[in-house]
Design a protein around this ligand. Structure first.
Ligand code: FES
Ligand SMILES: [Fe+2]
Length: 448
């Protein structure tokens, strides 16, 4: 339940007091992102005030990935995560509806659930013992008779995320009280996502748990790279490409071919996918199991020969995935110079056990926390971040000019695409970021 529209002069029970506007002064970021000219100021990776503004204007209004539907099978199953820096509980209520709550006690603010996941009947705060049911209602207050008569438990339930929707197994939530639908916000991006999520009627399930690790680096470095950057692959991942190559091949033969496309979404999403047969780096067991004729019939040739086989993508702002190994991940912001990566492996529900296991191991080897590709990427983001705080360094602009003006409708893939090697989706990612950062969010309109 949203609280921001309430406007009582004193405390509004499910929400905020009347916070002075000075606490959320905003910076005009126009001078930091020149998306049209392909230039970026590094302050967007280092500045604390900009980071706080991202929490208010990027994370609070956007649809954010929460969890996979397969994590909830019976009432009381829960998973705790973050929306920006806000802790949330995602759970199935008694009516089997997936709901999400701010994981913060209405009494003194402690988390009411400190477990990563599990099954419960109530969320009981371990500080003083207030207890909330699966519907978020406050159902037990120790020493309740000590409160004034005006105290009503119905006014002190958990703050609920007002909109939770799912798309092919992926659950998203937003704090925005009147958002466009999740499906609408995905636009043509959904066509590309279906290359991983919609192989058959049965959909996907999660194998194993959620891997979590911390990286020194701004969350956008990872999100933009998954949206736009195939350029780094041959250089950064040279040794990994050789390791994965069939024995007897020379290093030169393992260079990723440039033929492919990059989808450039007007809402800041992006997906890059090579189409050359040499660029297939999938697990053999999984590859052998797929019925490619059936996939072509269901998803179409263009999707099977492109986005399904390889590639990586970002749903703005901070959800990314890799169709080739079923990795889905979120880049949780933890300050301007830190992120926490949470990664799941998803597989087709129809896959037999040995194929699931092959995919899980393949994902671990490539994009697990110690995976041969993942390590290269994390190293790069941390490298960029490590020096970005220098005063002179910070004021030297970065280049995102590759493929300028090259986006077009290619007649094969929906929306606009560019060459595979291009910064087009990156420019679009930052154009969207700039637009949101310069737009008053709903919670500010109340104070206008
Ligand atoms: S902070 Fe939760 S009961 Fe006091
Ligand atoms: Fe990479």
């Amino acid at each position: 339940m949203s609280s921001s529209s309430e406007s009582a002069p004193t405390a509004t029970p499910r929400g905020a007091l009347r916070r002075p506007a000075e606490l959320s002064r905003s910076v005009d970021v126009s001078g930091l992102v020149d998306a049209e000219g392909g230039l970026l100021d590094r302050a967007i990776f280092t500045d604390e005030q900009i980071y706080r503004q991202e929490m208010r204007r990027i994370f609070a209004p956007s649809w954010l990935f929460l969890a996979h539907t397969d994590q909830f099978h019976r009432p009381g199953d829960f998973f705790t995560t973050w929306m920006g820096e806000d802790p949330v509980i995602v759970t199935m209520d008694k009516g089997r509806k997936i709901r999400a709550y701010l994981n913060s006690c209405r009494h003194r603010g402690a988390r009411v659930c400190r477990a990563d996941f599990g099954t419960t009947r109530n969320f009981t705060c371990t500080y003083h013992g207030w207890s909330f049911d699966l519907e978020g209602d406050l159902v037990s207050v120790p020493n309740k008779e000590g409160y004034p008569e005006s105290f009503e438990t119905s006014q002190w339930g958990l703050v609920e995320v007002p909109h939770v929707e799912s798309y092919h197994g992926l659950i998203f939530g937003t704090w925005n009280p009147s958002p466009v639908s999740l499906r609408e916000s995905l636009g043509d991006m959904a066509w590309y996502m279906d290359a991983m999520l919609d192989h058959d009627e049965q959909g996907t399930v999660v194998v194993g748990g959620v891997h979590k690790w911390v990286l020194e680096g701004n969350w956008k470095l990872a999100a933009e790279q998954f949206a736009t950057d195939w350029y780094h692959v041959n250089m950064s991942h040279a040794s990994a490409l050789q390791v994965l190559a069939p024995a007897g091949k020379k290093p030169k033969q393992e260079i990723v071919h440039r033929s492919g496309r990059q989808y450039v979404d007007p809402n800041g999403h992006g997906a890059g996918f090579p189409v050359h047969p040499r660029n297939r780096f999938d697990a053999k067991t999984v590859h052998d199991w797929f019925d490619y004729d059936a996939l072509r019939e269901r998803l179409g040739e263009a999707r099977v020969e492109g986005p399904l086989t390889n590639g990586h993508a970002t749903v703005f702002p901070n959800f990314s995935y890799l169709p080739v190994n079923g990795s889905i991940r979120i880049w949780h912001p933890k300050g301007p110079d830190r992120m926490e990566v949470w990664a799941w492996t998803i597989v087709d529900k129809s896959m037999p056990e040995e194929v699931r296991e092959a995919q899980r191991l393949y994902n671990l080897r490539t994009f697990g926390p110690s995976g041969v590709f993942e390590q290269d990427d994390g190293e790069n983001w941390s490298e960029v971040q490590a020096i970005a705080g220098g005063f002179i360094t910070n004021s030297v602009a970065l280049n995102y000019q590759m493929g300028m003006g090259g986006e077009r409708e290619d007649g094969r893939h929906p929306g606009r695409t560019s060459e595979l090697y291009s910064d087009a989706a990156g420019r679009s990612f930052y154009a969207r970021w700039r637009e949101l950062m310069n737009t008053r969010a709903w919670h500010e309109e109340d104070r206008a």
